[in-house]
Unconditional design. Structure first.
Length: 294
């Protein structure tokens, strides 16, 4: 689920990061001994997701960045939605150190976070990923014919979006597909032609291909005593292009609120659009996290 949170004072956030550094120094030596096995990393990942202290969660995010294990990417992606901005910023920093291209859309979204600290750390992470990519490109110049081939690029076929809520317009469903396409395009080739499997092009797509079906499960407006809320829930069904087997089910939900005394009926469409984008962002973050482990 995607939430919106108010950012605390910048000084308080920076103080939290500084406090977490002491925890990090104590934990890093212990974790270094466990880096070859999953047990220690499991503990840190669980701390990041569930510890009630945001200082511990900050330290856990930083430790995972120092270890730079690809297996921690999904946990760090979830931490980008933590209620505390210091945790979200630390997760963004660690994702930058791991530099998995599949996390770029999530970091781009964090670069628009309501907290200035999170925005800056996400932007720094994106810059770090760009530098790592440039260095890799330079290192790859002049490679011989005997070098191993590059991994196959992902491909996605995005199907028309459905509507189980019976309240979404065709324009909103089309926007859902376009928004999802933009989030997947940085990590693979995207086709949105609904007839792509019937015109002979399927065989030409890379082996690591996926079909993505989506549906709007809920789209509703509720009037509360002090607010008006639009709720949107979406589901993505991802199957493998070659076998047709379901790869994963991913869901996202978002609520957009306005004070009741400020709400006007003509604002409903904009609120639905915002809620839809936030819900799709949550669902696609889960999808990208799973792909990062492949």
């Amino acid at each position: 689920m995607v939430h919106q949170f108010g950012a605390p004072r910048r000084a308080a956030v920076l103080a939290a990061v500084a406090a977490a550094a002491a925890w990090l120094l104590a934990a890093s030596g212990r974790l270094a001994l466990a880096a070859d096995g999953p047990a220690g990393i499991d503990d840190v990942e669980q701390s990041l997701l569930h510890d009630p202290s945001y200082r511990v969660r900050v330290g856990a995010a930083l430790v995972l960045g120092r270890l730079a294990k690809p297996r921690s990417v999904p946990v760090l992606l979830r931490a980008l939605k933590d209620p505390h901005p210091a945790v979200r910023g630390s997760a963004a920093q660690s994702l930058g150190r791991i530099a998995d291209p599949a996390t770029r859309p999530a970091l781009q979204a964090s670069a628009q976070d309501g907290s200035p600290l999170v925005r800056r750390m996400a932007q720094d992470a994106l810059k770090a990923m760009a530098r790592a990519r440039d260095e890799k490109d330079r290192d790859g110049e002049g490679e011989g014919e005997g070098d191993p081939p590059a991994p196959a690029r992902l491909s996605f076929e995005i199907k028309p979006m459905g509507d189980q809520s019976r309240h979404a317009s065709l324009a909103l469903r089309d926007h859902m597909r376009d928004y999802l396409t933009n989030r997947l395009r940085p990590v693979g080739d995207v086709a949105i032609d609904q007839n792509a499997r019937d015109d002979g092009r399927r065989a030409a797509l890379p082996a690591r291909g996926f079909i993505v079906d989506g549906v709007i499960k809920n789209l509703s407006l509720t009037t509360q005593p002090t607010t008006v809320e639009v709720t949107c829930a979406v589901q993505l069904v991802v199957s493998r292009q070659q076998t047709g087997g379901v790869f994963l089910l991913s869901t996202g939900e978002a609520i957009v609120q306005k004070p009741r005394h400020q709400f006007r009926p003509q604002q409903r469409a904009g609120m639905e659009l915002e809620a839809l984008e936030n819900a799709v962002r949550g669902a696609s973050d889960d999808l990208l996290g799973r792909l990062a482990r492949q």
